[in-house]
Ligand binder design. Structure first.
Ligand code: CP
Length: 316
């Protein structure tokens, strides 16, 4: 594996999940692989889990990690080519990415979408530019359209908690007060398409995601119907994709409640976190035995460690 910026970069999901499971059993077993290597973590947006779990993964592999909040601590970067840089952008990504490559053996970048410029978001302008100009591998810590590290942790968690060979997994939209990106559901859909699961998406009418991701997946607009016999409920809000970046529904009847969970096959409740209590999911569900959100967050470390291992192996 050279770069890891999309679920498409996973060649064999089963093999990757097996690697992550092995790493979880013995997280310090491969400390030599990252010796004298630096992981640079560049954040244009806030983070708790991604920042800490990816640093921990690097440390577990013997790497050192350098973290920088680029939006508050770095020079404002220009991503357009051929512009006269007479505004507030002090440095071009061409130099910045090459310079960071002098200090780091792997560069990891978080850059959320604008949610106003669909074309620019779908080009993954920031992560694509790092891939283009950096001379070292690039990892997405969540881009405009995908959050692949989260999704590897999700697949590992489902593998650990499934009680039947082919579980029913339901991705459900749930209400939220702010406009959120599509990256988590997009990557989750991609990975569920690769997994041996019965996968269903449920959301209010009008909240269709990019059909390039959902093509071939069963979509049900009745949440109760979708929840029937589910083994996993994966809740997530996303803003309207068709009316790009807008909030056109806050219907509280889509909040995941204990009554909704009763429709399932004793399903486990999943969410990538951070989660808005009593908006996305009620306290009762989140505090119940059904909730595996903390185990899911814990798996972020082993997912990241598996990806770093694959990239470091590639460089040998
Ligand atoms: N799930 C996730 O990516 O969490 P953070 O935004 O806190 O990193």
């Amino acid at each position: 594996m050279k770069h890891f910026t999309s679920v498409d970069d996973i060649q064999d999901l089963n093999e990757l999940i097996a690697l992550a499971k092995n790493i979880k059993q013995a997280p310090f077993a491969n400390k030599k692989i990252g010796e004298n290597k630096i992981l640079g973590l560049l954040f244009f947006n806030p983070s708790l889990r991604t920042r800490l779990s990816t640093q921990k993964a690097a440390l577990n592999l013997g790497m050192d990690a350098i973290v920088m909040n680029l939006n508050t601590e770095g020079w404002a970067l220009e991503f357009e080519d051929g512009v006269v840089m007479d505004g507030n952008k002090a440095e071009h990504i061409k130099e910045a990415a090459q310079v960071v490559s002098q200090y780091c053996d792997i560069i990891a970048v978080r850059s959320f979408p604008t949610l106003t410029d669909k074309e620019k978001d779908e080009e993954e302008q920031v992560i694509s530019a790092f891939k283009k100009y950096a001379s070292v591998p690039v990892i997405s810590l969540e881009g405009a359209t995908e959050h692949p590290l989260q999704t590897v942790a999700d697949a590992l968690t489902i593998e650990e908690y499934k009680t039947v060979k082919r579980p029913k997994v339901v991705l459900t939209w749930a209400p939220h007060p702010k406009a959120l990106p599509h990256a988590v559901p997009n990557s989750f859909i991609k990975v569920m398409k690769k997994a041996d699961v019965d996968f269903v998406i449920t959301h209010p009418e009008g909240y269709e995601l990019n059909p390039e991701f959902t093509k071939g997946v069963t979509i049900i607009h009745n949440q109760d119907e979708a929840f029937a016999d589910a083994d996993f409920i994966y809740a997530k809000n996303w803003s309207n994709y068709m009316d790009y970046g807008q909030i056109t529904c806050k219907d509280p009847s889509w909040t995941v409640t204990a009554d909704k969970m009763k429709l399932t096959n004793d399903a486990k409740f999943m969410h990538c976190l951070p989660v808005r209590r009593n908006m996305i999911v009620t306290d009762e569900v989140l505090d119940s035995e059904a909730s595996i959100v903390i185990a899911e967050a814990n798996n972020r470390t082993y997912a990241a460690q598996a990806i770093l291992t694959k990239i470091l192996d590639h460089g040998e």
